[in-house]
Design a protein around this ligand. Structure first.
Ligand code: HAM
Length: 447
């Protein structure tokens, strides 16, 4: 597999660790981190919050493949964007098809909307997705080559109420996981009617200051002058201060649309900051664009906007649409940095201890009874001794341990131990699940 243009990704990336490290001979591909159990509570918190917001707003689950035709993104996201020009993982399949690892989810969702005539399923269609995206970037904190997005899209209606709903749903997700002070930046980048005259004004301005531009901006000036507005180079940032702003060039209809969106967002108690330089890096946007930032992060946590022309590009007819995507890893990094605990509270679990062959043989069935009643069960049956298993029970921080030994197996009973107080009682196997439920209710505060 190779990324478009340089740098190549075909170099071997597996580094041999020192023999004594015990880490094996292979490492994850650069910029493509594993998601490991240590971070499980963060991931669950975000995924649960996303699902809950989606359900409250009636968004439907829409899963698209990780591979799409490369052309979908070249046409949909824009051949002159950084994402397509520099960051796509593109390759040919054995059958010769040119495909790409998806760098984002919006073009695939619109492709699926058209392919399955989802406008007949719901109008507008409200869809959500979650999954890995791939961009060949220089890996650094908050910027990976594989990262995960939570996305919301509303397709089939151009009413400003939907721009506002996307913004509100995105902010609700941040609220649900306790992101401290997420800052919403909003702008309008106009439409086909008003954008060309602004584009000309912008070009003229930058042409008149061409010598002061950084190399990248000098190159982008003719093809994509909007990108110059979000260049981070010091001289370009200084130049921007005198650049014309789009809000002065919006047509009446875009102006009214933008005003409605801002009013709706404000009415719903979400503070925002207008940012006339916010243009976004993907070509499909028109009218409303927005990003969510955190003072604790150097990159945006989420971005989105309206993309009424994507349908026209992909199917020859305009289909109003608006959406957003949240970068899950970036949100987790901000929460960790702020010392916020994950908003995921696992259900109280019980630890099942079985000692002796007979008890062990019957233990799977007993654990099955607990699981069937919705009680998560943890065990360390591989450890033979009672001591070893109780030690594991302590480590697992389960509020209750159930101890099932030879004597109990013979008598048809089981010991229920409160792990915090050490108090034990014997329950009959015939109704031990009810006893466990009652005891769990009592220990709930400590679970
Ligand atoms: P985007 O701004 O390119 O928009 O990405 C959305 C979010 O994905 C970013 O705000 C960031 O949190 C995360 N993200 C992007 N690149 C990386 C990376 N290399 N490493 C870690 N996180 C990253 C889109 O993708 C649009 N499809 C959003 C959208 C949906 N617009 C309309 N509907």
């Amino acid at each position: 597999m190779s990324a478009q243009k340089k740098p190549s990704v075909s170099k071997p990336t597996a580094k041999k660790p020192k023999k004594s490290s015990g880490a094996g001979n292979f490492q994850a591909v650069k910029g493509m981190p594993d998601v490991i159990p240590r971070d499980e509570a963060w991931w669950k918190a975000i995924l649960e919050a996303g699902r809950s917001v989606a359900e409250l707003h009636d968004f439907h689950y829409l899963e698209t493949p990780i591979l799409e035709s490369a052309e979908l993104f070249e046409a949909g996201v824009g051949a002159a964007t950084d994402v397509v020009e520099k960051q796509m993982f593109t390759f040919r399949t054995k059958g010769g098809d040119r495909v790409a690892l998806r760098p984002e989810g919006t073009a695939p969702v619109m492709r699926a909307y058209l392919e399955h005539h989802l406008g007949y399923f719901a109008s507008p269609l409200k869809a959500y997705y979650e999954g890995p995206m791939f961009r060949y970037e220089r890996p650094q904190s908050g910027r990976e080559r594989q990262f995960h997005q939570w996305g919301f899209e509303i397709i089939g209606d151009g009413d400003p109420v939907y721009d506002a709903e996307i913004i509100l749903a995105t902010m609700a997700l941040f609220r649900a996981v306790n992101v401290p002070t997420p800052a919403l930046k909003v702008n309008s980048i106009g439409c086909k009617v008003c954008r060309p005259s602004y584009r000309e004004k912008l070009k003229n301005y930058y042409r008149s200051r061409e010598k002061e531009l950084c190399k990248d901006c000098a190159r982008r000036l003719e093809k994509n002058p909007f990108r110059l507005l979000d260049c981070a180079e010091k001289d370009c940032v200084a130049l921007r201060a005198e650049a014309p702003i789009i809000l002065d060039y919006l047509c009446q209809s875009c102006n009214a649309h933008f005003k409605s969106v801002l009013e709706l967002v404000e009415d719903n108690g979400v503070p925002y900051e207008p940012d006339p330089y916010l243009v976004r890096g993907l070509d499909y946007y028109n009218r409303t664009v927005f990003e969510v930032w955190s003072p604790a992060a150097p990159h945006a946590l989420a971005g989105g906007g309206r993309y009424d022309y994507l349908g026209e590009i992909l199917a020859g007819r305009p289909i109003p649409a608006v959406g957003s995507a949240v970068g899950i890893e970036r949100v987790i990094a901000v929460l960790k940095a702020a010392g916020v605990s994950p908003a995921h509270h696992p259900r109280a679990r019980v630890f099942f201890v079985a000692v002796g062959e007979q008890a062990k043989r019957a233990s799977l069935k007993r654990m099955g009874e607990l699981r069937a009643a919705g009680i998560p069960v943890v065990e360390a049956l591989g450890k033979r001794s009672l001591k070893g298993q109780l030690k594991a029970a302590d480590k697992a921080k389960a509020p209750l341990a159930l101890i099932f030994g030879q004597k109990e197996a013979f008598e048809g009973s089981i010991i229920v131990r409160d792990m915090a107080t050490g108090a034990q009682e014997t329950a009959l196997l015939a109704n031990f699940v009810d006893t466990v439920k009652q005891r769990l209710r009592k220990t709930n505060g400590r679970a």
